[in-house]
Design a protein around this ligand. Structure first.
Ligand SMILES: [Zn+2]
Length: 306
């Protein structure tokens, strides 16, 4: 089974240690001012080299056009560092969405563009997306434009078979996202609900897992020590309930302050610090390794569904 990376198709068995929710480049200046801009290729290469040194090999970059997706830069960085980069497609969240454009385009036309990114490549570059996402809902409800974005993502999934990754931060909107996607024929087992660790409700994580979706704890190391302790608890709750195979871990690096050069956790913290913490909480190393190898691989390919 193959996965599409920015440097071409990769055998899923070769993905190694995978970070399923990151950003190498991003422009969130409107929300975060100067720290919200990742645009330095030299710095990106340095940070990804640190990931390689700590044993990481694949990163999923979920930056979409609304926040500065740059396929050619991603490919240059992948070639320079040897990190396999899987690029996203689709649309981000309000208020980043171009409401006027969404008003003027039918859901199927929006889906056509997503499918073109997957099958032909983005804007004539020939660089193809390998995952749909992060498809966003900004608040505790799905806005009108976001609903069209989700429906288009779902239809692109039905046509291409690519996994859908979502942005569901702070509020338990992931359940609503799964329901909407299911209306369009998407099996929840092909969906990764993102930012679950920013929703401090373990019962929500379990409800997502019971639906069959992957539960992404993807702010590991980018928050406070308190958040880290809670993330350990969330993972342990999932494992005890029998949902260990649906746990995904990542950092969601999107600010300058998240980079190692700026004193942040960088792209290696999950591997170097968080997995050992989970072992300290009682998990065996084989199981924690599965969180960053077999789990994300299955999430990307749907291979566990046969
Ligand atoms: Zn997000």
């Amino acid at each position: 089974m193959q996965v599409i990376s920015v440097t071409g198709p990769v055998d899923a068995a070769e993905l190694g240690v995978v970070l399923p929710h990151e950003h190498v480049f991003a422009d969130l200046v409107r929300e975060y001012r100067g720290t919200g801009l990742l645009n330095d290729e030299h710095l990106a290469c340095r940070e990804l080299a640190l990931l390689r040194e700590s044993g990481g090999s694949t990163l999923v970059d979920l930056t979409l056009d609304e926040i500065g997706r740059d396929p050619a830069a991603l490919r240059r960085v992948a070639e320079a560092t040897g990190v396999t980069i899987i690029m996203g497609c689709g649309h981000y969240r309000d208020p980043y969405l171009n409401r006027d454009w969404f008003d003027r385009h039918a859901v199927d036309a929006i889906a056509d563009e997503i499918v073109a990114d997957i099958e032909e490549g983005v804007r004539g570059t020939g660089i193809r997306a390998g995952i749909i996402g992060e498809i966003g809902a900004d608040k505790w409800y799905i806005s009108a434009a976001e609903e069209r974005s989700f429906r288009a993502a779902a239809r692109a999934h039905v046509r291409t078979g690519l996994t859908i990754s979502t942005h569901a931060a702070r509020w338990p909107v992931g359940l609503e996202q799964l329901k909407l996607l299911a209306e369009e024929g998407v099996d929840p087992r092909r969906v990764i609900v993102g930012h679950a660790d920013t929703v401090p409700i373990p019962e929500y994580h379990l409800a997502l897992a019971r639906q069959g979706s992957y539960v992404s704890f993807d702010s590991i190391g980018t928050g406070t020590p308190y958040d880290l302790g809670r993330a350990v608890d969330y993972v342990m709750t999932m494992v005890r309930a029998g949902f260990g195979a649906q746990v995904l871990l990542s950092h969601d690096v999107f600010l300058r302050g998240h980079l190692r050069a700026d004193g942040g956790c960088g792209y290696s913290y999950v591997i170097t610090d968080f997995l050992p913490r989970l072992e300290g909480a009682g998990l065996d190393p084989e199981q924690t390794r599965g969180f960053v190898t077999t789990n994300p691989r299955a999430a990307l390919t749907g291979e566990s569904l046969g």
